[in-house]
Design a protein around this ligand. Structure first.
Ligand SMILES: [Zn+2]
Length: 212
């Protein structure tokens, strides 16, 4: 495929934006500009954007970034709306929810696990639903602090639990691969609502369940 071959590109873009209900033409125009910019970036970095291995890269990068940011095209809270009524008001903990995100400062991947603890107030949701909600927020241009808060807020808004606490552990490629090169450093962020904000015992109980 040659980038100059507009018919092929047009067809590919058409397929890519088929599921978009609005702004298809604008998305296609932005895509063309973006792919040109990726070509420029390749040249700027010192390689030949027209050599065989790199020829299709601008399109692949475009497609990959649309996948990494799929979360913008959904409301992650919707996943939680499939809840069940229960008579359970003890701590529920969902551990090790894997996520994969993109740091908004460098467009570098950051990834790791999220742990969610909550005390239901009559409503619980399926474990996989929490995972999908986390995914919906992770697949955006993010900072880990905001991701952590958004997960806690979604739980709080939809399930109105007595309390919720979220711990996110992430490895940031922008820290690992460049500059300070701390390849094993992990960033931990927390967010809490309701009972967890002012009950040290409860926080301790949750955190102790995360110990491995
Ligand atoms: Zn970064």
């Amino acid at each position: 495929m040659k980038l100059a071959d507009n018919q092929i590109i047009n067809q590919k873009l058409h397929e890519l934006f088929e599921k978009y209900s609005i702004d298809k033409d604008e998305k296609k125009l932005q895509s063309q500009n973006y792919m040109d910019a990726v070509k420029d970036l390749i040249a700027l970095c010192g390689d030949d954007p027209n050599r065989q291995g790199l020829e299709e890269t601008p399109f692949r990068v475009l497609k990959a970034h649309l996948e990494y940011t799929e979360g913008y095209r959904e409301d992650p809270r919707e996943h939680l709306r499939k809840f069940f009524d229960v008579d359970h008001n003890e701590l529920v903990v969902v551990k090790d929810i894997e996520f994969y995100s993109l740091c908004e400062h460098h467009f570098a991947p950051f990834f790791g696990v999220a742990h969610v603890g909550y005390i239901p107030n009559g409503k619980i949701t399926g474990l996989s639903k929490i995972g999908r909600m986390v995914d919906g927020y992770a697949k955006r241009f993010q900072v880990q602090e905001r991701l952590t808060n958004q997960i806690a807020s979604a739980m709080d808004e939809v399930l109105t639990p007595l309390g919720v606490m979220v711990v996110v552990e992430g490895k940031h490629m922008c820290m690992c691969g460049r500059g300070i090169k701390k390849k094993d450093s992990t960033t931990t962020t927390t967010a809490s609502k309701g009972l967890f904000t002012d009950n040290p015992e409860l926080r301790k109980e949750f955190l102790s369940l995360l110990d491995r």
